[in-house]
Design a protein around this ligand. Structure first.
Ligand code: GDG
Length: 491
């Protein structure tokens, strides 16, 4: 945090992402400010608070246009403004082609091995190119110097790094890819694979959550591009320009915002049971996800059903509460997935629910961050069953929320987080029996063992927090800039 406050304050830092950190929405007479359910926002917002600067993002809220100044800027956070959002406006056609189409029906399933076929349309690609140019132009317009530090976020903006570099050759472009990078054979089906890779190689640094994703990227470059790959230093050179490919595992704010932890854990426990109409001594499991098919919600529900089938003593004594934030609902796959999630929960409730104790409580709605934390703090176990996930911040948030050192994390082996949190009960979400058994272990785990595991996990998340994630990237960028200056002066 000190690095961000000290070295970078006043430096020209620009973040660019599709999603904005604050959405202004109109409800009748009032304008409400909401924070979107997004791992990227969770991670970057505290960083921007600490180092100021400008965040370029798509203005998607119903009242976003009403609150900006003449240059489409608004100061945030609303309670204590410390940085600017510069909003980009997209037409419906652009949003459909670039965001829903190429990004989320093409790249998202392409990069997640979740067995949903990617859809590639040339009309979507044309929008993707045009909108990436729009974002790049805004970054160029916002730069106060010829060598800003630009932090490009995620798969929506794969082409922007090169577009920015073309106009600002001295910029330090740090790109972070928040989702997995698949193996070369899987990536190869993308009709514009060379263009995507060339775009990304406009970056000075390209970051992924895990070494595995870095290696997959470098292997993909090696197979499809005329680029030099130095495997020792994981540096790729294309057209004389170097890109360092590095692992930066993302994390969360630490210590968590005190406002999220105000209610003592015991109160959260009793309130959660009361609010859900459950008996006082009911055991509770919690899941918090965007309603996305990669998160393995169906597999999770199937495992809960198996638990009740194999261990009937839990029927009526254990309830699983699933917070499912609506997301990308205009994409048919997501619509169908939501239906299936609802049907599966209803089927299991019919089979194993009891009058005052449903098996599954499904809450398909957006919750405030405080409510999310109250669920974490009130539960006995948290189940993250992603089929494939870059990192997964829910796992880390659950650990951060449990300052009472109680609660058990059941975690999919296909998340980046599983590599950092071996004290969780690590499971294969496709293995229903194994997941059911892990939940049984969690529900019967002695308090002392819960404490020992939770302490180790909290130790890791507190040390490797989001400031370290951003700090390491920015320090690497600073070293690169110093080296660049030295070489320039020497030549
Ligand atoms: C991508 C990558 C990577 C969820 N529902 C609500 C809500 N959330 C918040 C959670 C958490 C965030 O959304 C989800 O973060 P994840 O990391 O689990 O997942 P993605 O959104 O898919 O994020 C992922 C991440 O980027 C960062 O690099 O870890 O692998 O897929 O913070 O708490 N928040 C609120 N209401 C909800 O209803 N307020």
């Amino acid at each position: 945090r000190a690095i961000l406050h000290g070295e970078l304050r006043g430096d020209d830092v620009i973040v660019v992402s599709n999603r904005e950190p604050y959405i202004h929405a109109r409800t009748g007479e009032h304008i409400e400010v909401q924070q979107p359910a997004s791992g990227l926002v969770t991670a970057l917002e505290p960083i921007m608070r600490a180092c100021s600067g400008t965040w370029v993002a798509h203005g998607g809220g119903s009242a976003d246009r009403e609150v900006v100044d003449r240059k489409d800027r608004v100061a945030v956070p609303p309670d204590n403004p410390s940085y600017q959002i510069r909003r980009i406006w997209l037409t419906e056609e652009e949003e459909n082609g670039y965001y829903y189409g190429f990004s989320n029906e093409g790249l998202w399933p392409l990069c997640h091995i979740a067995h949903v076929r990617p859809t590639f349309r040339s009309s979507d690609w044309a929008c993707y190119v045009a909108v990436n140019q729009k974002f790049a132009d805004a970054v160029i317009a916002e730069a106060k110097t010829s060598a800003p530090i630009v932090m490009v976020q995620d798969y929506h903006l794969a082409l922007a790094p090169r577009m920015i570099r073309e106009k600002l050759p001295d910029a330090t472009v740090i790109t972070f890819w928040h989702i997995p990078w698949p193996n070369p054979e899987s990536f190869a089906i993308c009709p514009w694979r060379e263009e995507i890779i060339t775009g990304l190689l406009g970056s000075s640094i390209l970051g992924f959550h895990t070494q595995f994703h870095c290696n997959n990227f470098v292997d993909t470059v090696d197979q499809f591009m005329e680029a030099r790959v130095d495997r020792e230093t994981l540096t790729v050179t294309l057209g004389g320009k170097n890109t360092a490919v590095r692992r930066y595992p993302i994390s969360i704010d630490w210590p968590p915002n005190p406002a999220l932890m105000e209610t003592p854990a015991e109160i959260c426990q009793s309130e959660l049971r009361k609010a859900t109409g459950l008996p006082e001594d009911q055991l509770i499991g919690i899941g918090v996800d965007r309603l996305d098919y990669t998160k393995g919600i169906i597999e999770r529900f199937n495992a809960i059903e198996r638990l009740f089938g194999l261990k009937p003593e839990w029927i009526g004594r254990f309830t699983f509460i699933q917070i499912a934030a609506p997301t990308r609902s205009s994409i048919p796959e997501y619509h169908a997935h939501e239906e299936l999630v609802r049907l599966t929960a209803a089927r299991i409730n019919q089979r194993f629910g009891r009058n005052d104790a449903p098996a599954i409580v499904l809450k398909v709605e957006h919750h405030g961050p405080r409510q999310v934390y109250e669920h974490y703090r009130g539960a006995d176990l948290c189940f993250v069953s992603s089929l494939h996930d870059g990192m997964n911040l829910v796992a880390k948030e659950f650990v951060a929320a449990r300052n009472d050192e109680q609660g058990v994390l059941v975690l999919s082996q296909f998340t980046g987080a599983a590599r950092e949190l071996p004290e969780a009960l690590i499971v294969n979400p496709y293995n229903t029996d194994q997941c059911a058994a892990a939940m049984h272990v969690a529900l019967t785990m002695p308090k002392t063992e819960q404490r020992d595991r939770m302490r180790l996990m909290r130790g890791l998340v507190s040390e490797f927090n989001v400031y370290r994630w951003a700090g390491r990237m920015l320090l690497d960028a600073a070293t690169m800039r110093r080296r660049g200056r030295l070489l320039k002066n020497g030549s």
